[in-house]
Ligand binder design. Structure first.
Ligand code: HSE
Length: 336
């Protein structure tokens, strides 16, 4: 499987390490032989049409902070140029999410689809702003479009709702989809002020470079858009979400929840409307998870409410979801 990797941050590097450490098993068990032909980061690119040496790629990135030093040839190509010039089967899009214009991810994805490449994205921006049209583009170009890692990191939330609950009618869902704000609110429940809890989360590297994505609920709203489209068949984008973040949550709000035997959580919900907002959750509710955990409860017509809980972020975890998507693509190609 010939792969172009857009972006080389923590998740992409974890994926390369996974490819390396599980090379034999991926081939013997699943017939998957990933061949990464090109990768780029913010400073440059590494390209080899016959497949990059993954060990060297990681070493170069660790030593120089960029893949540009992998080779002197073709080391300053931008993502779009690479996608136009390198023939591959799958694009793995891992550049940072942005909810203003979704670039550069949007151009990477649309260019790849138009070229007939399958796409795996862990970048939420393009899906949050244009889910319905990206789905149409994928169908029109007869390519597979996978995005398991966009919601729940390595926890298979989308797969659970789409596949494990197949045949069911999910009537509503609600959950904690952002680990950082859950960490902050959990710490505020132990007495920390908002500023101290935020500082602690920043020191641990949990908070996005643009803190507004976490604190103002944009990350949770993007995940809600993806769930609403994929699970509920809605055709919605970011402006359809009513979104309130956690900046205005006070210690008084936390105490008030406590007196109601509840905890305050940033809840993304799809019921009568699509909403992200701080809400009180009873202490004994399965959604009352602490720390950076994510949790989501799906309510279905016949099988009641089920909650899935797990880590919603992390390099290796999210890389494992990319691997799942890649194995699905491999299986579909083999079938056809
Ligand atoms: N900032 C996100 C979170 C990362 O805290 O959950 C995963 O999307």
């Amino acid at each position: 499987m010939r792969i172009i990797l857009c972006g080389f941050g923590v998740v992409a590097q974890s994926l390369i390490k996974l490819f390396e450490s599980r090379e034999e098993e991926l081939y013997s068990k699943y017939g998957l032989k990933p061949r990464v032909l090109a990768v780029f980061d913010s400073k440059g690119s590494a390209i080899d049409q016959s497949g990059l040496n993954l060990e060297k790629l990681i070493q170069v990135k660790e030593k120089f902070g960029t893949v540009k030093n992998y080779s002197e040839k073709n080391n300053s190509m931008k993502g779009n140029e690479i996608l136009k010039n390198v023939e591959a089967d799958v694009l793995i899009e891992t550049t940072a999410s942005n909810y203003k214009d979704a670039e550069p991810g949007m151009t990477h994805i649309t260019t790849a689809m138009k070229k007939g490449m399958h796409v795996i994205s862990v970048n939420k921006g393009p899906l949050a702003l244009a889910f319905p049209s990206l789905m149409e583009l994928a169908t029109y170009n007869q390519v597979m479009f996978k995005f398991s890692g966009t919601v729940g990191g390595g926890t298979p939330i989308l797969d659970y709702a789409k596949n494990s609950l197949r045949g069911e009618k999910i009537t509503s869902f609600a959950g904690i989809l952002n680990g950082t704000t859950n960490y902050i609110l959990s710490n505020m429940a132990t007495g920390l002020s908002f500023d101290d809890a935020l500082k602690d989360a920043q020191d641990r590297g949990y908070v996005e470079a643009d803190e507004s994505l976490d604190l103002d609920g944009l990350d949770a709203a993007a995940k809600l858009v993806i769930l609403a489209n994929w699970i509920m068949g809605m055709k919605v984008t970011m402006p359809d979400i009513k979104c309130v973040g956690i900046r205005k949550v006070t210690i008084e709000d936390i105490r008030k929840a406590e007196t109601n035997n509840s905890v305050l959580k940033l809840i993304a919900s799809c019921d009568k409307e699509l909403m992200v907002s701080p809400k009180e959750v009873p202490k004994d509710d399965p959604l009352g998870v602490n720390g950076t955990l994510n949790a989501i409860a799906f309510t279905s017509e016949h099988s009641g409410t089920q909650t899935i809980i797990g880590k919603g972020a992390g390099g290796t975890e999210t890389a494992s979801s990319i691997l799942r998507d890649l194995l699905d693509i491999r299986q579909e190609i083999a079938k056809n």
